[in-house]
Design a protein around this ligand. Structure first.
Ligand code: HPA
Ligand code: MG
Length: 219
């Protein structure tokens, strides 16, 4: 992995104690550590916004992958807009939202998009920026890219806030990455565990107790 392209969050040096941050009471016992504090996330997102504007060649269709990507998407778009008020280069944005369902059990490796075929045809000739929360195995993103390219966009780039250092990776690396993280299950900043923890600002490592407390069967 290219160390210059992202911040390498290391399991040993980047585990902050929960005691040093404000954590909602309902999640206090469900987490084991803070991995990336909210302020650091915001600073990094601002930098990614700057890089994206610098490297843009025309109007962008910024495409949010729901639900996990929504916070990163919202903050990224805000920083791209701020670049304008600071007298920097400007780029016209249009916004799109998709849900992606992957059928991991199937050998076809197909993904299903929430957009209709008609809506996808709007991508033709456009510069698309996909905004995702995390690349884990890379499987979903590779399939999503293959699907989008069927609609002949001018270009497709991917911004992912996180990339997980997992042996299950298929080697896919996005164009823009915020942080490379250890092979642990993380939550917060819109990343969920069974739909919980999206309402947590910091990116944290879930505890074993948290996995039990918020398990599907116990809701
Ligand atoms: N956290 C939340 N969602 C995810 C993760 C993770 O670590 N990996 C893939 N999806
Ligand atoms: Mg996601």
């Amino acid at each position: 992995m290219d160390p210059k392209k992202w911040i390498d969050v290391n399991a040993e040096s980047f585990q902050y104690s929960l005691d040093h941050f404000v954590i909602p009471d309902h999640y206090e016992t469900a987490l084991s550590s803070v991995l990336i504090p909210h302020g650091v996330i915001m600073d990094r997102v601002e930098k990614l916004a700057k890089l994206i504007v610098q490297e843009s060649t025309g109007p962008l269709v910024v495409c949010c992958v729901l639900k996990g990507g929504h916070q990163f998407f919202a903050d990224l778009v805000n920083y791209i807009k701020k670049n304008v008020t600071r007298g920097g280069k400007t780029v016209p944005l249009s916004l799109e939202f998709i849900k992606v369902k992957s059928y991991s059990g199937e050998t076809s490796g197909e993904v299903k998009l929430s957009l209709t075929d008609e809506e996808c045809k709007e991508f033709s000739g456009k510069n698309i920026l996909i905004v995702e929360d995390i690349i884990d195995t890379g499987k979903t993103m590779v399939q999503l890219l293959a699907k989008l390219k069927q609609y002949s966009p001018e270009s497709v780039k991917v911004a992912s806030l996180l990339i997980k250092k997992t042996p299950l990776s298929n080697g896919y690396i996005p164009d823009y990455v915020g942080f490379a993280i250890p092979n642990a299950f993380v939550v917060g900043y819109a990343l969920d565990y069974n739909e919980y923890f999206r309402d947590l600002d910091h990116i944290c490592v879930i505890s074993e107790h948290g996995k039990e407390k918020y398990a599907v069967s116990k809701n």
